[in-house]
Write a protein that binds this ligand. Structure first.
Ligand SMILES: Cc1cc2nc3c(=O)[nH]c(=O)nc-3n(C[C@H](O)[C@H](O)[C@H](O)COP(=O)(O)OP(=O)(O)OC[C@H]3O[C@@H](n4cnc5c(N)ncnc54)[C@H](O)[C@@H]3O)c2cc1C
Length: 488
């Protein structure tokens, strides 16, 4: 084993979610010595390149779309100008303020040595950081994830952006046109943002379903609604990209269904093809840390890695790449690593939202998963449309809905999926019930809901239960009426 310059009680790699553990660790042991290591700006991806900056960018986009629709309600409003640069500068200054305050906090904390550097294992429990060799009695690996760069012919000679470089403000001016490779939530959110700013956006998704992690009917409606503002191709595999002498990017994509070929030209190119493991630079093999075959850190249900007293959680384990999941996992890790309990992780009700226009939110099982697990006869589907409530009518919204999936014998909530205004807020009522002892729908049905509020659409979905086949029949009728095609 290598000689260490410094021995720490705890080493933390990645200054995002693992920071949740710092104060509790200090409370447990006021004399504790902790090394916090991050090669990038402190605060983690959520603050520096993810959730927070993207949502600061998206709020003005949401306002733009709402103002554009105001004439339907009798308001003649006009947006005189949209300043991409002002929106981006505001985002950057809010983020920088927080990053600076975290950096100051880390640099001045008595119990912490902060290393702005890459951490790599040189042997178990021993790391090379900034030219020093340090050793930790306990190690938390929260190395996050990075943008996946797909293997596309010509990409190395073509200038492209990722969500990272856009948030770092490398795109100085709003492009006239933007092609986005990818059809998941980052592609959808950035497509929404740039189209609202005024760019002509084309999305090229490989999966036949836009937003493939959502229910097919949610994705179909999202494609139709977002398709008002951008061109969305699904089922197209990008084979080649080329930068023309004019700087224009030319993208060749082949249909995964028909083998037809599509060419898209755009001033700028954004890669939003998913997230990849960030663990190679850590040299985990030298630390005795096993990875999955995809390169994520292998952990068990307690977040133990293959090396005792080395824990990994958050994006690093590749399971649910959301900040709220990482936060929850940090609590489980605290119980297990610090308080020496044996708490198993519980992923029965993992929520997420897509902050597009309309918003999308989801928790727990999708219908197919529930039906495969329990049998389609043993589940019930609840469904209600926003427009069939007084508030939905007042808002003049159409087609948006709440869908819930219930276990027939126990009336337990298995999952819920919402597309429409405030979906990320409306779903919270359901999430909370999914964390009660019996997870049943009854409190939802019994509780008085304020009239006329959008929460009525959620309650009524629970009061409108049907079998899967009745649901299919009803959905087909509604979707035919509105010209929405599932599976497109
Ligand atoms: C564009 C975008 C939008 C997103 N929006 C949302 C959202 O709306 N809601 C949501 O829940 N989630 C969102 N996410 C996901 C969310 O950001 C992540 O799930 C979350 O940040 C993961 O936190 P973490 O603690 O696991 O890793 P993080 O702390 O975020 O990242 C790991 C840190 O470790 C550092 N690091 C890695 N390896 C090393 C090493 N060897 N040496 C030194 N430092 C290292 C990295 O530089 C990084 O700073 C978004 C992500 C992106 C990219």
């Amino acid at each position: 084993m290598s000689e260490a310059d410094i021995i720490y009680d705890v080493i933390i790699v990645g200054s995002g979610t693992a920071m949740n553990l710092v104060n509790p660790l200090i409370r447990q042991n006021p004399a504790i010595k902790i090394a916090v290591i991050d090669k990038d700006e402190p605060g983690g991806i959520c603050l520096t390149r993810g959730c927070i900056p993207s949502k600061i960018m998206l709020y003005p986009a949401e306002l733009i779309r709402s103002i554009e629709r105001a004439d339907e309600l009798g308001l003649e409003l006009q947006i005189r100008s949209v300043s991409y640069n002002k929106i981006m500068n505001r985002m950057r200054s809010l983020i920088d303020e927080e990053i600076n305050s975290i950096s100051e906090g880390l640099s001045n904390a008595e119990n912490i040595d902060y290393y702005h550097s890459i951490a790599e294992f040189i042997s178990p429990y021993t790391m090379k950081v900034n030219g020093k060799v340090i050793k930790g009695r306990m190690i938390f690996l929260t190395t996050g994830s990075r943008a996946k760069i797909p293997n596309i012919k010509g990409l190395e000679k073509t200038h492209y952006y990722t969500s990272d470089s856009i948030i770092r403000m490398e795109m100085k001016n709003l492009p006239k046109s933007l092609a986005i490779i990818g059809g998941g939530y980052i592609a959808a959110e950035f497509g929404h943002f740039f189209s609202a700013m005024g760019s002509s956006v084309t999305i090229l998704g490989k999966n036949s379903q836009f937003l493939p992690d959502e229910e097919p009917e949610v994705s179909a409606l999202a494609k139709k609604e977002l398709g008002r503002y951008m061109t969305i191709y699904t089922g197209y595999q990008v084979e080649e990209v080329e930068q023309l002498p004019s700087g224009i990017k030319r993208i060749k994509a082949v249909s995964t269904v028909s083998k037809g070929t599509l060419y898209v030209e755009a001033e700028e190119l954004l890669l939003a093809a998913g997230r990849a493991p960030n663990n190679d630079i850590l040299k985990p093999e030298k630390g005795g840390i096993e990875l999955t075959k995809e390169g994520w850190i292998k952990v068990n249900e307690y977040f133990e890695t293959s090396q005792p007293n080395v824990w990994a959680f958050g994006d690093a384990d590749g399971r649910y790449l959301f900040k709220h999941v990482a936060n929850y996992e940090s609590e489980v890790v605290f119980y297990n690593a610090v308080l020496k309990r044996k708490v198993k992780v519980d992923y029965h009700a993992i929520p997420h939202a897509v902050f597009t226009y309309p918003e999308i939110a989801s928790v727990g099982m999708k219908e197919k998963v529930a039906s495969d697990h329990y049998g389609s006869d043993n589940i019930l589907i609840g469904f209600y449309r926003y427009e069939d409530t007084a508030k939905g009518e007042a808002m003049n919204v159409k087609d948006y809905f709440v869908k819930v999936i219930i276990k027939r014998d126990t009336m337990q909530i298995l999952g819920a999926h919402i597309i429409g205004p405030y979906a990320s807020i409306l779903i919270q009522e359901i999430i909370n019930l999914m964390y009660t002892q019996d997870r049943s729908i009854f409190p939802m049905q019994d509780a008085i809901h304020i009239h006329p509020s959008l929460s009525e659409v959620v309650q009524r979905a629970f009061g409108n239960l049907m079998s899967s086949s009745e649901y299919r029949h009803m959905l087909q009728h509604y979707f035919e009426e509105s010209g929405i095609e599932i599976g497109q």
